[in-house]
Design a protein around this ligand. Sequence first.
Ligand code: CTP
Ligand code: MG
Length: 399
Amino acid sequence: MTHAPDPRFAVIVVAAGSGTRLRGGVPKAFVALDGRSILHHALRGVFQARPEQVVIVVPADHEAQASDIARDAADGEPRPVEVVVGGTTRQESVAAGLAVLRDDIATVLIHDAARALTPAAVFERVVARVEAGAVAVIPAVPVVDTIKRVDASGRVVAAVDRSELAAAQTPQAFRVQVLRAALSAVDADHTDDAALVAAAGHDVAVVDGDAVAFKITTTPDLERARALLALAPPASVPSPTALAPRVGIGTDVHGFGGEGTLWLAGLEWPGEQALSGHSDGDAVAHAIVDALLAAAGLGDIGTHFGTDRPEFAGAHAEAFLAHTAELLRAAGWRVGNVSVQVQANRPRFAARRVEAERALSAALGGAAVSVSATTTDGLGFTGRTEGVAAFATALVLPL
Ligand code: CTP
Ligand code: MG
């Protein structure tokens, strides 16, 4: 018995909408569900279906945030992800995603990020139907409400036979050439891709959707998604307690012996010996980063600032803390407060303690940071002035 080759398909996740009906304060895909964003949850379902390529289409200036969310949702697995900027309509966003699709991809799935809880099984069903010969496939669920046709004056004109209706969902799957041709021939805006392909004269097949693949459009939808996650939290998502404050701890140590002047607690210390380390060796800043990431359940400093991120090689506290605050925000958290203690013989902190608090606080967008300092009575490596140690605790709050 021979096995068919694995289906080669890609998923374009459209997440470039503004979410005007949800009014979440940020574009809809970045609104938090349970400490993780709508986009994060959507990507978890996508990744589970093991596509060859994932293209995430986002609003301008949200590319970095989307990349961070994708890295987090990938949970350490290598995932082929690209992030591009979308357009003013959903259709333009789909076109932007198609523009970076790999040439060897024969089947493409278009998926709304707003359908955050779509199970991987729905992806598998649409792909299987394309593999079986369909050129366009949508998942759909039966319509449960009685539907009326209503005229402009608000009067019922006619009942509509419900048995002939189905509510279309995503992911919708297409042979790539069919979707590309339909898009280039189109002269009107369609709310979904199947309508576009049908307008181009193709048959659209239907497979079973899933009730939990509903689209988060308004606040009650958001609440429903949050309630579902609280009932059945995915394994690695900190929920339902994520809706309560969380605390985290972080420590760091750096030895003296770096190049240039000392940077510590976000301040430059002229005349003091520098610490060594991948960045500027600012143990105070690094302990704070670890405490904040731990509190939010987002891994640790190595997860986000590893040696694969050369832009942080010479970076100071400000860049580390600002990026950490951004990661937290993307996951639905804000910084409550941070308390950090530094153990060091040198430098002498007392005179610049308040200045350090201000610098660290500013880098975290104004969150309260307390800095205390101590010596160790001449004991240990800090007592021998070989290096400094820092210990931080942080409180994070849901957005
Ligand atoms: N979408 C997109 N680009 C657009 C508009 C929509 O990528 N220009 C995406 C949305 O991000 C969403 C999906 O298409 O994942 C479905 O759109 P919708 O639910 O209407 O989302 P929004 O347009 O963001 O919401 P609203 O219409 O309330 O503003
Ligand atoms: Mg819209």
